[in-house]
Design a protein around this ligand. Structure first.
Ligand code: GLN
Length: 526
């Protein structure tokens, strides 16, 4: 079978959930096909790694160390694939590649132009991934909305791709918005018509239209969109507003999307949603409830911690437990009652000194009151500092990230990071194994002697303080195979006090929640 391509574009406004739509389409087709997701982003950064979470949401990290768009989190969680860095094609990367080719002389004296040189490069990049991965189906998501200057070259490239891959092998799905204005109480098709017109002006004719709407699209509106936009009315699909993103594959199935995809692409890969449905059912009707304090500094934008939120959703589905996240901004923290009524505390990853003292204080309260605690990357640093100050008696202990002149640098920069000045792609990145200590809680949670989790950091527990920390009762429950780097810590006398240098939230799946989160929620429930 030749490789098939589904290209997903978005219209009207951003934030309609193109990534989740793409991932859900993939999920519906994944039973028999090898599916590879590719995301095209129009910005000129090489990757989102240098962007503030407020600019771009969470930076997702892959096994291979790639720092990529957070939609890759959805792809991995919905498709069960391990993605690669090259599958996120940004305009920054494209221009880098074009310039390298030009300097090498690959263009043989030609004037290098957007069309065909840049568009060919994009198209060939997509074909190369398809053949390297022996993909049955490639899902290409074009970031942004049609009409943005930024994504014009990607749209032109996928138009060419359709010719090259064969019309019968390529499908265009357009996600738009169907408002129901207050007082009018009627589903409106005009934004969809206008957005499809923009797409058609670019030579792209959608095969399927997904209309994001607060209610199921009526037969009438589907027919109207069908006649104005030249798609069959059964190819107009509701993208219903839902509580949980995991409901979207079920909504699409209900709307008859699998059959249309099979027919139009001449494939057959029936959805296998039995287990998924049971888990979604648990999410909808939880039997228990807990509240977890999320103590960070990007709490105003939940997208900054997207994978953590999803990891908790996975635990909810497995433990039939509603998990309320109480967002605690630690920058100006002076409210001693913040943890009242809270069943557990998470200190997530982060950068820079703002809010660090608030986090250390919260960890002290959690430790002293035996409230379950989970620390992620920076959260581990903060826990080690708190322990050094209040248990080991090193009053001014700190991380050199927060205070370069601290007399007790219990957290210090990794030796190999000392001489690095470039910011992009230079942290300790990607999956690294850790040997787990016999008899530790972490080892029993992973039920394995080695755990491989993804990393994104520059600082570590300073080896000069390992002995002091251990002597005072901190257990290093996981170390790098060479023994130098502390990957997991725990305080064994407490109900649940665990932290890791890694980001286990990045590998949590609906079917297999991250062990540290699962253990943490169970402890919160006790
Ligand atoms: N800022 C810390 C470091 O660079 C922690 C990073 C993180 O939490 N991802 O080591």
């Amino acid at each position: 079978m030749p490789t098939k391509f589904i290209v997903i574009t978005g219209g009207v406004l951003s934030g309609l959930g193109k990534g989740i739509a793409a991932a859900s389409i993939g999920h519906l087709l994944s039973s028999k096909l090898k599916i590879i997701p590719i995301k095209c982003d129009g910005y000129l950064n090489v990757d989102p790694g240098t962007m503030n979470p407020y600019e771009h949401g969470e930076v997702f990290v892959l096994d291979d160390g790639g720092e990529v768009d957070m939609d890759f989190g959805h792809y991995e969680r919905f498709l069960g694939v391990t993605c690669k860095s090259s599958w996120n094609l940004t305009m920054g990367k494209v221009f880098d590649m074009v310039r390298q080719k030009e300097r090498r002389g690959d263009y043989l004296g030609k004037t290098v132009q957007y069309i065909p040189h840049v568009t060919d490069l994009i198209k060939n990049h997509i074909f190369d991934i398809a053949s390297e991965e022996k993909a049955d189906l490639v899902i290409v998501e074009i970031g942004g909305t049609v009409g943005d200057i930024e994504n014009e070259l990607f749209l032109e490239s996928v138009r060419h791709l359709k010719e090259a891959a064969g019309r019968q092998n390529t499908l265009f799905v357009h996600l738009t918005y169907v408002p129901v204005p207050y007082g009018v109480n009627e589903q409106k098709s005009k934004p969809t018509q206008q957005s499809v017109n923009l797409l058609k002006q670019r030579g792209i004719f959608p095969d399927i239209i997904i209309g994001r709407c607060q209610e199921v699209l009526t037969k009438e509106i589907k027919e109207k969109i069908s006649s104005f936009c030249d798609v069959e009315s059964e190819a107009v699909i509701t993208g219903l507003d839902v509580e949980d993103i995991y409901e979207i594959p079920l909504v699409f199935e209900e709307e008859g999307l699998p059959a249309i995809l099979h027919k139009k692409l001449n494939i057959y890969s029936p959805p296998n949603l039995r287990k998924w449905k049971l888990l979604v059912e648990n999410l909808r009707h939880p039997k228990k409830e807990i509240t977890v304090a999320m103590c960070g500094k990007y709490t105003k934008l939940e997208d900054s911690y997207a994978s953590i939120v999803e990891s908790f959703n996975h635990c909810s589905a497995h433990l039939s437990c509603k998990i309320n996240l109480k967002w605690v901004e630690t920058t100006d923290l002076n409210d001693p009652s913040v943890l009242n009524g809270v069943n557990g505390v998470v200190v997530p990853g982060g950068f820079g000194s703002r809010g660090s003292e608030g986090k250390i204080e919260i960890i002290r309260i959690a430790r002293e009151q035996n409230i379950p605690f989970l620390g992620l990357c920076l959260g581990l640093h903060m826990a080690v500092i708190e322990f050094a100050r209040n248990i080991c008696g090193l009053k001014e202990a700190n991380s050199t990230e927060m205070d370069a002149d601290t007399p007790h640098p219990v957290i210090d920069i990794l030796p190999e990071q000392k001489d690095i000045s470039n910011k992009g792609g230079t942290m300790r990145l990607g999956a690294c194994p850790a040997d787990l200590k016999d008899g530790s809680l972490v080892r029993s949670l992973y039920n394995a002697s080695v755990a491989s989790e993804r990393h994104r950091h520059r600082y570590e527990v300073n080896p000069s303080y390992h002995e002091t920390l251990i002597k005072n009762g901190m257990v290093f429950s996981g170390n790098s195979p060479d023994g130098r780097l502390v990957e997991f810590i725990e305080l064994p006398d407490l109900k649940y006090f665990v932290a890791t240098q890694a980001h286990p939230e990045l590998k949590s799946r609906m079917e297999t929640p991250a062990p540290l989160f699962h253990g943490f929620v169970k402890a919160c429930l006790e």
